[in-house]
Ligand binder design. Structure first.
Ligand SMILES: [Zn+2]
Length: 164
């Protein structure tokens, strides 16, 4: 369903429940105030799903969330290898951007191969998956970090800097 464009004035009007539009999800005719607006290509648009449906969608998304999968994997690995483990989805910090490369993190299932996929990193690889020792970084940063020692990374940095 195409988003309905509303003018800036309409956006003001949308705060009063005069106009209606049908939600693309629940098919219920609702007033403009029941929709969020989004700015794109110079205009204001009403999103196609009503606030209620958008909220519900977010909930189901959270239920089948990859964050849980990540923690589940970390937990089974901790059990297997005898690491400490005290992570919970609630207590963990789930950043939008990778703290190493600044790329937007993709919270997708592990099977999806993307260098921007969010992964759990243990700051100190000898320590377990504890809140204190675990951060979320992108897969690529994780791979680079884990394949080189600090000394090796420093040597690479030195090498690159000397050349430039
Ligand atoms: Zn709806």
């Amino acid at each position: 369903m195409k988003n309905i464009q509303v003018s800036y004035q309409d956006r003001e009007v949308s705060m009063s429940p005069t106009k209606t539009k049908t939600c693309s999800s629940c098919k219920v005719e609702k007033t403009y105030t029941d929709y969020c607006t989004r700015k794109q290509e110079g205009g204001w648009y009403l999103v196609s799903k009503c606030k209620e449906c958008s909220k519900g969608e977010l909930k189901t998304k959270r239920k089948s969330n990859p964050e849980k999968g990540m923690l589940w994997q970390a937990k089974s690995r901790s059990n297997r290898e005898g690491f400490e483990y005290d992570l919970t989805v609630e207590d963990m910090d789930w950043p939008t951007y990778c703290p190493v490369f600044g790329v937007k993190l993709e919270y997708t299932p592990q099977q999806i191969r993307s260098k921007n996929r969010a992964t759990l990193d243990r700051l100190d690889p000898n320590e377990g998956y504890t809140l204190h020792n675990t951060r979320v970084i992108c897969w690529e940063a994780n791979r680079l970090k884990n394949n080189a020692s600090l000394e090796q990374l420093e040597l690479i940095i030195k090498y690159i800097k000397e050349r430039s």
